[in-house]
Write a protein that binds this ligand. Sequence first.
Ligand SMILES: [Mn+2]
Length: 335
Amino acid sequence: MRIPKRLLELIDGHRSFLVASHLHPDGDAVGSSLAMALVLRALGKRAAVFNTDRIPPNFAFLPGASEILFQGPLPFRPQVALFLDTPSPPRLGRALDLIGPGTVRAAIDHHVSNPGYTGLDWIDPSAPCTAEMVLRLGRRLGVPLGRDLALCVYVALLTDMGKFQFMVTPGQGKKIFELAGRLTAKGLVPYEIYKKVYNVYDPSSLKLLAAALSNLHVTRDGLIGYVCLDRETTARFHFFDDTNDALIAQPRDLASTRVALLFAEHRGGVKVSFRSKEPDVIDVNRIAAHFGGGGHAAAAGAEVPGDLGSVVPAVLRRVRAAVAAAGPRGGKRSG
Ligand SMILES: [Mn+2]
């Protein structure tokens, strides 16, 4: 989807902006927010970046990260609030409490599950990450691509594309590697960034991984692999949402599986993460949506009330049905 003219006019016509993203921010939430702030400031505008939750320490090296606000009041009253990478208002957390009814709202997002909730929603599910949309917006507004902007977008792209694994068509591979090439040409060293983003284990997170491996289950047909972490384990080893990727990679990397799941008793219920290895025929966004969550066809999540005993069988039933409906593996697309 092209950039809405109204969004360009909105940015042109205002001077002060709040940039906010989703709870438990990931690389794209942080990267797109900081990229947006860079674009706005390059245009001579005021921008404050807010998140309800602290950003994970592995994203603290991003330019501007130390200025992200976690509580109000804001240093100025924003005329416009831009919501990035956030598919629904509850995921914004306390950001909505910081703005008045007079603040104009707009959303920029690539989640296919985003129904549009601001009245000015630019949603492009073909975008690899929200930060890539911000980059396009910046270019359209005449902001040159500098090293800081490139770094924010690169980290968002790297993390949302699962270390450049999640390009599912030849066209997408070409597009994304070309983008990564344009970004790294600004003086980025991919290995240095990889180390900062991914060399983050401490002994407790490796013990969590060990707990995940010893609680790995595979359905009898081998097609669904899942990890179950009970409340005691998530508390003892400091489970937090960003550890999902490493944990769900274990069942996902089994040769036999078509869908991988992670169930973690956490906060009031069970955090469920979904990964589809064939997103064109098994769309886990639709399954997550049934449980009040969402995301993308290849990767989605939901917070489901209940405990492992009730949530695991309910989710497995839905996933089994989706796998059965997909037909035999490789039926539609190969390679
Ligand atoms: Mn994203």
